[in-house]
Design a protein around this ligand. Structure first.
Ligand code: 3HC
Ligand code: NAI
Length: 703
């Protein structure tokens, strides 16, 4: 819904517009604005105009939902609006509060004047969507604040306080209150100046003064090439700015348009736009009643002060929430408290935290040894050993001690949340909060919804996640939830390829070149190979894992747990995290292949990457079908924020879509059919097979 209101104050027309929630400049709003501007221009009773958002904000820019669709071409474009503003004989003042971002700021820069509330933020965030400011931003901003500053604004994409630009022609005035009166006054003064024969100030007419233009552009290019390797937008921004600076405003505008279209059609922008909507979709839970209210959470308790308990606590301390940290004995508790202080001290040393804040945060931490001391908390997060018997003891105790209405959460990564809930007499209050290690750093939080989890408990978890700055994704209960369930298939393929003939370093290299932060073997060495080994041993004993992982087990039997023991899939030198290929591991692999009668074959990088990624995709399809994940874009977020999947590829499900699901399914079947291929593993999941046959996609329109 958009709405443009035209009213008159003296001899000034005030055009107040809105398209909630953020006044993105979709077709309707563009259409309404054009009509209002034309009306003001033609009205003899009007000497000047003011453009203002009527709902507390100016505009968040072009309507991203229109990108790539016919709506983008419909009616007047932003270019039409801006060209009209350039051609008007009457002054137009943009009155900015809230945000003026992207096309919103470009619209404001096409006005003759800008006045802003001191709290307003301005910026050109297009780069975050893999785009450049395509409605004149690359040409007008350098003319208003200089090339270097403009490049900084456009390459960072950050919204910035308008006060930073108070001394530049980007803003004529910054006011504390009564924005509209200030804007009307400015329009009147400007109209009087025009009547007195002065020209209207237009950004396009400002001269660019940059004595070292070439050197500046070259420096920017070099920096962009190393800092944004896989991303084409930063270089395009620099090119568009450089072109306009050398060839003039109009030529620059044309070049900007050409580069904008090129980026818009590219895969990186499509992936980043997908992520923009994925991030916002993840917090929507289809079956939550609209009137559900989150429970109040003022103080929490964390049980277990180990690796995860301490990391989890830090998140809440950072958010100003009191944490009672409970341990089995004083030694373990003291160690946990010391570890938390160490993390904060590290931040102080790096200048990320001031010393006074360290003490405020530590003051919110209350170490305790008795359950009675946590009876009054609103939320408990359990992070004790990964043993069901231990979890059972803890939850029985929590159930008997903690006040009614408190939320009881488990950080388990593999155990059944419904079983844990059933131990208590209040399964509706139990939920999984699966943090990732290091919990104070990793963005991802899987919110595991049990069969009986109450809607308001789920809503509370989502609200809290925002407060502690996590990306929360809802998962149903299953072995490994979304992320680890998929990674198990990926790891199985990595192992299968080692058996067949690839080396761990070849596999790591191939998938790192694809863009993963770390390959599976380097990752195993970092996280500790013993974790998986313990799980496997349990599964062998229970008969749930029949195919023995001979090589991985052998390494663990030799104590090669990874970096922490100085050797794993690779060898490590003291104080050096570099992974050196290990002759011992090569020997073990060779022996295992010989014992299994396997003649090793060469596996090329593209097969390695496809087998690893499609193993994720196929399991992702099952997870979707079973409704463990609500939508494909949630799966992508899990992989982007928790597993180092390359951002510019948009996540595994989006990547599969970009390859076409037909091709994905075809290639999977081919892997199954090759000599020694695992046909069962490579049978496309029913959802994937169906979408592949229909020419459908996982993410198209679903985000
Ligand atoms: N187009 C369409 N929808 C948008 C939008 C946009 N530009 N900006 C925000 N929205 C939507 C969000 O999707 C969300 O929708 P939902 O409620 O259905 O999920 C809703 O507005 C609210 O957004 P947020 O949840 O992000 O609200 P916040 O208050 O946290 O943040 C904001 C507000 C700072 C404006 C943030 O939304 C933002 O940064 N938006 C993107 C701004 C941007 O990238 N602008 C550039 C667009 S590209 C462009 O202008 C091209 C031009 O150069 C030609
Ligand atoms: P850890 O071994 O580092 O810490 C566990 C802590 O719990 C120890 O300090 C121990 O003294 C304490 N503890 C044990 N029983 C207790 C009890 N009954 N009451 C109070 N404290 C008790 O283990 P870690 O790695 O922190 O794991 C904790 C939980 O988090 C496990 O469920 C694990 O599966 C899960 N998890 C671990 C991840 C990891 O990467 N380490 C990632 C995500 C989840």
């Amino acid at each position: 819904m958009s709405n443009v209101d035209y009213s008159i104050r003296g001899r000034i027309a005030v055009i107040a517009f809105q398209a909630p929630p953020v006044n993105s400049l979709g077709f309707n709003l563009r259409d309404g604005l054009l009509a209002a501007l034309e009306r003001g221009a033609a009205d003899p009773a009007v000497d000047g105009l003011v453009l203002i958002g009527s709902n507390g904000t100016f505009s968040a820019g072009a309507d991203i939902r229109e990108f790539g669709s016919a709506a983008m071409q419909r009616g007047p474009s932003l270019w039409t609006l801006n060209a009209l503003l350039d051609s008007l004989p009457k002054p137009v003042v943009a009155a900015i509060e809230g945000v003026a971002l992207g096309g919103g700021l470009e619209l404001a820069m096409s006005c003759h004047h800008r006045v802003a509330l001191a709290t307003a933020k301005v910026g050109l965030p297009e780069v975050k969507l893999g785009l450049l400011p395509g409605a004149g931003g690359t040409q007008r901003l350098p003319r208003l604040i200089g090339i270097e500053n403009a490049l900084n604004v456009m390459l960072s994409g950050e919204p910035l306080s308008v006060g930073l630009f108070a001394k530049s022609p980007l803003v004529d005035a910054v006011v504390e209150a009564d924005l509209i009166s200030a804007a009307v006054k400015l329009a009147e003064t400007s109209a009087a100046a025009v009547k007195a024969g002065q020209p209207l100030p237009r950004a396009r007419d400002q001269k660019i003064r940059e004595p070292d233009l070439e050197a500046l552009l070259q420096f920017a290019r070099n920096t962009a090439k190393t800092a944004f390797k896989e991303y084409p937008a930063p270089l395009s921004i620099i090119d568009a700015v450089g072109f306009g600076a050398k060839n003039g405003f109009d030529a620059g505008l044309l070049e900007e348009g050409r580069l904008f279209r090129q980026l818009m059609d590219g895969s990186v922008s499509a992936a980043l736009r997908h992520i923009f909507f994925a991030e916002r979709a993840a917090s929507r839970i289809a079956d939550l009643p609209a009137d559900v209210r989150p429970r109040a959470v003022q103080r929490i308790a964390v049980i277990g002060a180990g690796t995860m308990g301490t990391g989890i606590s830090i998140n809440f301390l950072n958010a100003g929430i009191e944490v009672r940290l409970l341990e089995l004995n004083k030694d373990a508790l003291d160690r946990g408290v010391a570890r938390i202080r160490e993390v904060f001290e590290g931040q102080v040393k790096k200048g990320k935290l001031d010393a006074a804040k360290l003490e405020t945060r530590m003051a919110l931490l209350k170490p305790v040894l008795a359950y009675e001391d946590i009876a009054d908390v609103d939320l408990v997060i359990e992070a004790v050993f990964e043993e069901m018997s231990v979890k059972e003891q803890v939850f029985t105790k929590l159930d008997s001690v903690v006040k009614p209405g408190a939320i009881l959460a488990t950080n388990t990564s593999t155990l059944d949340v419904d079983h844990i809930a059933a131990i208590t007499k209040r399964p509706q209050d139990v939920i999984g909060l699966h943090f990732f290690s290091p919990a104070n750093v990793m963005k991802l939080l899987e919110v595991v919804r049990g069969a009986k989890t109450a809607p308001d408990v789920l809503a509370t978890a989502m609200t809290l996640a925002k407060k502690i700055k996590k990306t929360a994704v809802v998962s149903g209960v299953c072995d490994g939830f979304i992320g680890n369930r998929m990674i198990n298939q990926y790891s199985a393929q990595a192992m299968a390829m080692v058996n067949e003939g690839a080396s761990p370093e070849q596999i790591d290299k191939a998938v790192e070149k694809f863009g993963f932060a770390m390959g599976p073997f380097r990752m195993g060495d970092l996280a500790g190979n013993d974790i998986g080994w313990h799980i496997r041993k349990r599964q062998y004993a229970a008969g749930t894992l029949t195919r023995k992982q001979v090589i991985a087990d052998r390494l663990c039997e030799m104590g090669r747990f990874g970096q922490k023991t100085g050797s794993g899939w690779y060898d490590y030198k003291k104080g050096d995290r570099t992974a050196y290929p290990s002759p011992v591991v090569a020997q073990i692999i060779e022996e295992a292949r010989a014992a299994a009668g396997i003649t090793p074959r060469k596996i090329d990088a593209s097969e390695i990457v496809d087998r690893l990624v499609y193993a994720l995709v196929n399991e992702g399809a099952r997870i979707l079908e079973e409704k463990i994940a609500q939508r494909a874009s949630d799966i992508d977020l899990v992989y982007l924020t928790g597993y180092g999947f390359p951002i510019w590829r948009g996540g595994p499900m989006r990547y599969a879509d970009s390859q076409t699901l037909y091709e994905v399914a075809r290639r999977m079947r081919a892997f199954g059919a090759q000599p020694g291929g695992d046909n069962d593993f490579w049978t496309p999941a029913p959802l994937l097979a169906r979408l592949a046959a229909e020419g459908g996609s996982f993410t198209g329109g679903a985000a």
